[in-house]
Design a protein around this ligand. Structure first.
Ligand code: URA
Length: 442
């Protein structure tokens, strides 16, 4: 079928068959479709949607548009597992989760992204570690996944190239916010990693990618369904992002927090709870635990024994970072020159903490990008962020700002105070893990 005929059919609300979708995606990948056709197709999908079978076909075609990683030749003793998050603020789950799963017998080839808008990116966090390379050669990546059990690296050009082009066109044609396009984009890349199972962390709340709780739920359900139909058993968790997940946001600060959790210095909190819930689902999906109780017991033992921290240290050293990061974090991680507390202007209960606004405050400190070519300042950010539901006294510290200059610190303080809501009563803390949606391959 000519591309324009397929675009016309979608424009008129018809369903496209799998073979047509595959041809269109091949044309996106190899340049057979011009930019105008890619844009028109994206708009037709945006306006008319896609049914479940079309979304599965689109996902499979994006996945197969480039290399699909194959781990069979390595004779791995455990399953190949991964997690993907829709992104958030203070969301450093991947840094803790990857090594933790490795310490439990899984293999995690995690291809991560950079910060996008107000959300932080795992690669930007890891690059706060001097020497850490997010672009190792394939042999190093495969060796680390086999021997250490985890490697967190950046996207390579060979994985899902059709998504790269389609996403760039969507970005400039107002067609990003389309469920089938989002699902096939996220899953096309993840399923190209040759996984035995996937766990998705779909965020809900003021810092989430999707604008409403209903939209987050629909995304979670569609992702679990489509990925499983495409052959990868997938579990989606709906988790709270109405405040930063960790009590900090900023690249080096988040690496420090990951080390605190991995080494047992930090033994509770929202970050640990969400990471533990995701990890338990990964062990279950990968057949590494018989039930949830056994999964949690194994995870707790592997964290307490230091095994997870040891995997993190080996991954960092294997990718060019210092071999003594765990022992000498302060020597290796950059620190900001201006560090000052933000204090409560009055007493009250913390009722709201706009996670998106806090993420933007970190971007403006220099911890994220406003334009794709911006460089990141790894040292800046916020730490010691108070939690929703807390009672605060007038003058009590609510957070600590880490800035490059006094002016930047003053601006961040203003933004922080504008992002919070103090009230007379406590609305309590939001539920962290709001639902778990499990789907098997049919
Ligand atoms: N993340 C992606 O990778 N793709 C989308 O379409 C949206 C978020």
């Amino acid at each position: 079928m000519l591309p324009q005929e397929a675009i016309r059919a979608k424009r008129d609300g018809q369903s496209l068959d799998a073979a047509t979708i595959r041809e269109l995606v091949a044309g996106i990948g190899d340049g057979g479709l011009g930019d105008a056709q890619v844009g028109a197709l994206a708009m037709a999908i945006y306006l008319k949607g896609m049914d479940a079978a079309e979304t599965v076909a689109l996902t499979e075609a994006v996945r197969d548009s480039g290399a699909v990683l194959d781990w069979s030749g390595l004779d791995l003793p455990g399953p190949v597992l991964d997690k993907h998050s829709t992104g958030g603020v203070g969301d450093l789950v991947s840094l803790v989760l990857g090594p933790w799963i490795a310490a439990c017998g899984g293999h995690v080839p995690m291809i991560s992204g950079r910060g996008l808008g107000h959300t932080g990116g795992t690669l930007d966090k890891l690059e706060a570690i001097p020497g850490y390379s997010v672009t190792p050669d394939t042999a190093t990546f495969r060796r680390l996944v086999r021997d250490v059990g985890v490697a967190i690296i950046g996207q390579t050009g060979s994985l899902a190239p059709a998504d790269k082009r389609l996403y760039a066109v969507r970005d400039v044609t107002a067609t990003v916010e389309s469920l089938p396009l989002i699902v096939s984009s996220i899953l096309g890349k993840k399923l190209a990693c040759g996984l035995d199972a996937l766990v998705m962390d779909v965020k809900v709340g003021s810092g989430a990618f999707m604008p409403t709780a209903e939209a987050s739920r629909e995304l979670a359900e569609t992702i679990a369904e489509v990925a499983s139909q495409a052959g990868t058993p997938t579990t989606a968790l709906l988790t709270d992002m109405s405040q930063p997940l960790a009590p900090c946001a900023g690249n080096a600060l988040e690496v420090r927090e990951a080390l605190a959790v991995l080494t047992g210095e930090c033994r509770d909190g929202r970050l640990l709870e969400v990471t533990r819930a995701l990890a338990a689902e990964m062990l279950l999906a990968g057949g590494l635990a018989a039930d949830r109780t056994a999964a949690l017991a194994r995870l707790d033992e592997r964290l307490a024994s230091g095994a997870a921290a040891e995997r993190f240290a080996r991954m960092v050293a294997g990718l060019g970072g210092p071999s003594d990061l765990l022992e000498a974090a302060d020597r290796h991680l950059p620190a900001a020159p201006v560090v000052r507390e933000i204090r409560a202007e009055r007493a009250g209960y913390l009722q709201g903490l706009d996670a998106r606004a806090l993420g933007m405050a970190v971007v403006e400190l220099g911890g994220g990008r406003r334009a794709a070519q911006d460089t990141i300042d790894p040292a800046v950010g916020l730490s010691g962020i108070a939690a929703l539901g807390e009672r605060v006294a007038a003058g009590q510290p609510l957070a600590v700002v880490h800035a490059r200059s006094e002016d930047a610190a003053v601006r961040a303080e203003r933004q922080f105070l504008a992002a919070l809501e103090l009230g007379e009563t406590s609305a309590g803390a939001p539920t962290l893990v709001q639902d778990i949606i499990r789907r098997e391959v049919p």
